[in-house]
Design a protein around this ligand. Structure first.
Ligand code: NI
Length: 156
C-alpha cells in the first residue's frame, strides 16, 4: 500500500483534474484493488471521512468513506433515493483550511459495486448521507463550494 498525494483546488493543474468527470470502472482488477487500498490508507492518514479517486488524480468512479463505522469501498456509486434535508458544515481534503454550510438530503440510499464486483446497497442518514453526496459529486467534478450558502476560513 502507498499513500497518494491529495490534489488541491488552489493548484491550477490539480483543479483542472478535480473538475473533470470520472469514468466508470469496467473491470475490477488488481490495479483497481490497489487503488482502493491506497485510497483507504490516504484517507486514514488525512483524518478525513471520505475520499474520491479524482482527488488522488485518478479519473475513475471510485470512493472510500469511513465516518468511524468502518470502511466503505464504493465502485461506480449511484445515489438511488434521497429523503428530507439537513443543513450542516462540510469540508474537503482538496480544499484545506475552509468549510462551508451545505444543504443535503438527510437520508440517502446508494448502490455500488464492492471489490468482488457484487452490487451493494447502503443507506445513510446525517453524516453518512452527507458523505455519500459529497463523494459521489467529486466523480462529476462538483465540489461542495459550488453549493455552499456560506464559506468560512477554518476547518470544519
Ligand atoms: Ni471532498
Amino acid at each position: 500500500m502507498a499513500l497518494r498525494n491529495i490534489l488541491k483546488l488552489d493548484d491550477a493543474m490539480d483543479a483542472e483534474i478535480l473538475r473533470k468527470k470520472s469514468r466508470p470502472v469496467e473491470k475490477i482488477d488488481e490495479r483497481i484493488c490497489t487503488i482502493l487500498d491506497d485510497m483507504a490508507e490516504t484517507l486514514y492518514d488525512s483524518g478525513g471521512v471520505g475520499l474520491a479517486a479524482p482527488q488522488v488524480g485518478i479519473l475513475r468512479r471510485i470512493v472510500v468513506i469511513d465516518i468511524g463505522e468502518g470502511l466503505l469501498e464504493l465502485i461506480n456509486p449511484e445515489i438511488i433515493e434521497t429523503e428530507g434535508t439537513q443543513d450542516g458544515q462540510e469540508g474537503c481534503l482538496s480544499i484545506p483550511g475552509k468549510s462551508g454550510e451545505v444543504q443535503r438530503p438527510n437520508y440517502v440510499k446508494l448502490k455500488a459495486l464492492n471489490r468482488e464486483g457484487q452490487e451493494v446497497v447502503y443507506e445513510g442518514t446525517e453524516l453518512l448521507a452527507r458523505a455519500f453526496c459529497h463523494e459521489t459529486e467529486h466523480l462529476d467534478g462538483i465540489l461542495y463550494i459550488d453549493k455552499a450558502t456560506e464559506i468560512w476560513e477554518g476547518e470544519e
